[in-house]
Ligand binder design. Structure first.
Ligand SMILES: [Mg+2]
Length: 403
């Protein structure tokens, strides 16, 4: 393998030693917001999601519900079987989006470089600003305590020299966790972790590793790049770098981003098309809302499907014109799923949706002009958003997102 030289490697390592990345992940976000606002739900098993009668799925489960084995992406019907006392609340995505904005205001007090991954999860790059607050660890602690004090919500926070490690750090002692990994501790931190922690290592790859008695990231690190290349071809470099704690992906602000997207990994692979469509519509709604929150329109849409064997496909299309209307995105996304993703019975472990070709200019024009053909759907969006905000998402349903 000559794709990375020792010089480049040490440059990567040393430049990364200077980076300070924080990953913030809200604990059981939707469920915690509902429990915060409705005291009668506190301490009770709660699932936010669709109905147990139809094909509804769990979008978020409180920790009380998780003790019964209820988790997100599970069919609500199954969740109720596992936990007959389960309280079910319809999601209020618009409201969670507002709460998410308040969380971002706290982030912005410490850095302008914020990359949201979803409403409840974000990377912060505090490399340039941490010294103002006494270091990255202090920023992490401050963010966590301000979220608790000002919003009565609990976040798990990881601080590390790169995204890969920061994300694991926030997750490893969830809930209510704070884990700070210094550059000197990165290898020791990664060593005992199961190889499944490496992004892209799923059941199939993990089995290949296990056949060679490799179960942990530390054991993986013992393999040379050459050996890895023989086993995994193009992915070798990726595994080698991450096992050495090397990940130089930058934190990319949404405003700079060329696209806005979101994806969901299921705990259990899903073969049922109508459940997939349900998830897709939830993703489209949340991505479209992020788009509008940032006063953007988009013209390109993309869906991503990863099968249980980890093969992924992405399919994209351009809309007739740039828009911020949820229904237009939804129709496009569903058309892509139906026409470009063969329904061949294979089960799916991840589905994603993204909007690209973003424009501030188009957004401003759209909202200035309110042309005949755009005013109607946009009014419908605004009215349904308002109703959903006041009475909850269950009060109004898009025809195509029956859950
Ligand atoms: Mg979370």
């Amino acid at each position: 393998m000559d794709s990375i030289t020792a010089g480049e490697l040490s440059a990567a390592v040393s430049s990364q030693k200077l980076r300070k990345i924080i990953h913030v992940d809200m604990d059981a976000f939707y469920a915690s917001v509902e429990q915060r606002d409705r005291p009668e739900l506190r301490g009770k098993p709660l699932a936010v999601g669709g109905s147990a009668d139809g094909r509804g799925v769990v979008a978020a489960a409180s920790y009380e519900a998780r003790k019964h084995g209820v988790h997100s992406a599970m069919a609500m019907r199954k969740a109720v079987q596992l936990c007959p006392d389960l309280a079910i609340v319809r999601p209020r995505i618009d409201y969670y989006s507002k709460v998410s904005k308040s969380i971002h205001e706290i982030f912005r007090a410490y850095t302008p470089i914020i990359e949201p991954l979803s409403l409840d999860e974000a990377f912060l790059d505090v490399t340039a600003t941490a010294h103002l607050y006494g270091g990255a660890e202090k920023v992490g602690i401050a963010v966590k305590s301000r979220i608790r004090d000002e919003l009565s919500l609990v976040a798990s926070v990881g601080v590390a020299p790169c995204k890969f490690v920061a994300k694991i750090a926030s997750d490893i002692r969830k809930p209510d966790a704070f884990v700070c990994v210094s550059p000197a501790d990165v290898l020791r931190f990664l060593e005992p972790l199961p190889i499944e922690r490496i992004w892209g290592v799923g059941k199939v790859t993990a089995r290949q590793f296990r056949n060679r008695s490799i179960r942990t990231i530390g054991e993986l690190r013992q393999l040379s790049l050459e050996t890895l290349a023989e086993l995994f071809g193009n992915s070798a470099q990726h595994y080698w770098e991450l096992s050495h704690g090397i990940d130089d992906r930058p934190v990319v602000c949404d405003r700079e981003a060329k696209s806005i997207s979101s994806e969901t990994t299921f705990h259990e692979d899903i073969a049922d098309r109508s459940i997939l469509e349900s998830w897709l519509s939830l993703l489209v709604e949340s991505v479209a809302r992020r788009l509008r929150n940032q006063e953007l329109t988009g013209r390109g849409i993309e869906i991503k499907v990863r099968y249980s064997d980890f093969r992924s496909i992405t399919r994209s299309m351009m809309l007739q014109q740039s828009t911020d209307v949820t229904n237009v995105f939804l129709e496009g996304a569903e058309a892509l799923l139906r026409t470009k993703v063969p329904d061949d019975g294979r089960s799916v472990r991840l589905i994603g949706f993204g909007i690209h070709h973003l424009s501030h200019e188009e957004y401003r024009q759209l909202h200035l002009l309110d042309e005949e053909d755009t005013i109607k759907p946009r009014t419908i969006d605004a009215i349904s958003d308002t109703i959903a905000n006041r009475f909850g998402r269950g009060a109004i349903q898009r025809g195509k997102s029956k859950r």
